[in-house]
Ligand binder design. Structure first.
Ligand code: GLY
Ligand code: MN
Ligand code: MN
Length: 461
C-alpha cells in the first residue's frame, strides 16, 4: 500500500471534481471457482484500490461530498474466520491505514444508503462488471439489474478517468518493476522455446515467475505458435522447428500494477528469411510508433501512421499493392493488422476498461470509427504527460479472414490474394512494449527486452 495521505489526496481531488452526492465504492468479493469455498484468486476492484488501497474482500466505501466525511463498511473477523484464515486487522485499523475516520459493520450500509436516497442525495457509482456486485447494487439501491449500467454516474466515471489516466512517480515505479518481471518472463520464454516442448510448459513457467515476484499474471498468458489468433489461450501445441511463437504476457505487482509485453520468436532459435521480412516490418512499426509518442499527439494518428508502415512494408513484399494512403484510409491493411495499436495500462492491464472504453480512450475531440480494425482502437485521444500506454503493432495471416475477404473480392485493388497462399501457415507476429508519456516525449518502461532479430536469436542460442 502507498502512504495513507496519497489515498486521502486522491479522494479529496475526486470530491472537488464531483462536489455533490455520495460516492459509493463497492469492493470486490471472493468468487467461487467450482464450489463456494474454492475461490478464484482474489482481485480487488481497481477503483477501490486507487482510492482506498485495501485489498481485502467484502468491503465497501462511501464518501459524502457534502460533508467530506468518509466511511468504510466491513466486518471484523470472527473466531471462525481467524481459525481458517489467521488473525485479521480490525476494520478500524484498516480504515485508519488509508486515512478513513469512520468504519461500520457491513450491515449498516443498506440503511446508510437508503437514508441518503430518501434525502434526495444522488448516489454515484461506477458501472459494475461482476455479477456479485450487480446483485449487491440491486439489493442496496433497488435499481433493476438491467439498468445498473445506464444509472451509473458519468460524473464519477469522468472524474476517475481524469485522475487515473495520469500516473504519478510511485505508480510509474511499480509499473517499471513489473516490466522488469516481464523481462524475466520473456527471456525465459525465449530460452525455453525449443522444438518438442509443449506450449503449456512455458506458459506455466511464466505464471510461476510472475507469482513468485508479486501477484499472478496481469492477464491469462497468450502463448502460441498459432499467433494469428490474437488472444490464444490454448497452450497444447508441441513446438515445431521453423514456426513462430507469440508470447504476450505480463505481471501484476502486489499493489496490482501491471505490465503487458509481447515478443514473437522463432522456435529453435533462427528466423527464416520469410519470417524476418515480416518481423522487421512489425519491428519498424513498433519502434517508429514509440518514437512518435509525445504529449499533444492523437494516439489515433500514431495508430494510422503504424498502419501505413505496415501497408508500405507489405507492399514492398508484393502482398499489398496500390496507394498506401488510400489503402489505409479504406481499411485494407486491417486484413493483416486488425487491432488497435495500444491501450492505457496501470492498475488494469487495459486500464479502466470497466468504466467504458469510450470514456477512457476517446473524448470530445475524437470519436470512435466503425471501420473494421480502426473500430478496435482502444485509445485514440491526445496523449498527456503521465499516461502509460502500450504500443503493440502486429501482422497476422488469418486463413478464415483471407478466405472471407477473397470470396467477397474485398479490396482487390490493395491486396494481392495470390501471394497469400504461401502465408496460410505463417501465423502472426506482434511486438508490444509499455511506454510512459513524459513532459516532452516518452520513455520505454523497464529493462529492455530483446526484440531485434539479432538480439532475440542471440538469447536463444
Ligand atoms: N495482453 C492483451 C493486450 O495486449 O492487449
Ligand atoms: Mn499484450
Ligand atoms: Mn496490450
Amino acid at each position: 500500500m502507498f502512504a495513507a495521505n496519497i489515498y486521502k489526496q486522491r479522494r479529496n481531488t475526486l470530491v472537488q471534481k464531483i462536489k455533490v452526492g455520495l460516492l459509493f465504492f463497492p469492493g470486490n468479493t471472493e468468487v467461487p471457482y467450482n464450489y463456494p469455498a474454492n475461490t478464484y484468486t482474489f482481485r480487488q476492484d481497481s477503483n477501490f484500490l486507487y482510492f482506498f488501497g485495501l485489498s481485502q474482500p467484502d468491503l465497501a466505501a462511501v464518501i459524502d461530498c457534502n460533508t467530506g466525511k468518509e466511511y468504510l463498511f466491513g466486518n471484523d473477523a470472527d473466531m471462525d474466520d481467524i481459525i481458517w484464515m489467521g488473525k485479521q486487522p480490525l476494520m478500524q485499523e484498516l480504515a485508519a491505514s488509508v486515512g478513513v475516520e469512520n468504519s461500520f459493520p457491513f450491515s449498516k450500509l443498506e440503511d446508510f444508503l437508503k437514508n441518503a436516497q430518501q434525502k434526495g442525495q444522488k448516489i454515484h457509482y461506477a458501472p459494475p462488471y461482476r455479477s456479485e456486485i450487480k446483485i449487491l447494487l440491486h439489493s442496496l439501491l433497488r435499481f433493476d439489474i438491467s439498468q445498473l449500467k445506464e444509472k451509473s454516474s458519468v460524473d464519477l466515471i469522468s472524474a476517475i478517468v481524469s485522475l487515473r489516466s495520469i500516473k504519478d512517480l510511485l505508480e510509474i515505479q511499480e509499473i517499471d518493476k513489473m516490466v522488469d518481471i516481464a523481462y524475466l518472463m520473456h527471456t525465459t520464454s525465449m530460452k525455453m522455446a525449443k522444438p518438442g516442448i509443449i506450449e503449456r510448459q512455458i506458459a506455466g513457467t511464466l505464471e510461476g515467475i510472475s507469482s513468485s515476484h508479486g501477484a499472478p499474471v496481469s492477464f491469462p498468458v497468450i502463448l502460441s505458435m498459432d499467433g494469428q489468433t490474437l488472444h490464444n489461450h490454448n497452450h497444447s501445441n508441441i513446438l515445431q522447428s521453423g514456426r513462430l511463437m507469440v508470447t504476450d504476457a505480463g505481471s501484476e505487482s502486489v499493489m496490482n500494477y501491471c505490465s503487458d509485453i509481447t515478443r514473437t520468436i522463432p522456435v529453435g532459435g533462427k528466423y527464416s528469411s520469410v519470417q524476418k521480412d515480416i518481423y522487421n516490418i512489425v519491428l519498424k512499426t513498433n519502434t517508429e510508433s514509440i518514437k512518435a509518442v509525445k504529449p499533444g499527439v492523437f494516439y489515433k494518428d500514431i495508430h494510422l501512421r503504424a498502419a501505413r508502415i505496415v501497408a508500405q512494408g507489405l507492399k514492398e513484399l508484393g502482398i499489398m499493392k496500390g496507394d498506401v494512403d488510400e489503402a489505409v484510409a479504406a481499411g485494407a491493411h486491417a486484413m493483416f493488422f486488425p487491432h488497435g495499436l495500444g491501450h492505457m495500462m496501470g492498475l488494469d492491464v487495459h486500464d479502466m476498461e470497466s468504466l467504458g472504453e469510450n470514456f477512457v480512450g476517446y473524448d470530445a475531440e475524437v470519436t470512435r470509427s466503425d471501420q473494421f480494425g480502426l473500430a478496435f482502437l482502444r485509445l485514440a485521444r491526445k496523449l498527456q504527460p503521465g499516461f502509460v500506454i502500450t504500443v503493440e503493432p502486429g501482422i497476422y495471416f488469418i486463413p478464415d479472414l483471407i478466405d472471407m475477404w477473397r470470396s467477397e473480392k474485398r479490396f482487390e485493388q490493395f491486396i494481392n490474394y495470390n501471394k497469400l497462399d504461401s502465408y496460410r501457415t505463417f501465423g502472426g507476429i506482434r511486438i508490444e512494449d509499455d511506454i510512459l508519456v513524459t513532459e516532452n516525449s516518452y520513455r520505454v518502461l523497464g529493462k529492455p527486452i530483446p526484440k531485434t532479430v539479432e538480439d532475440v536469436e542471440k538469447i536463444m542460442e
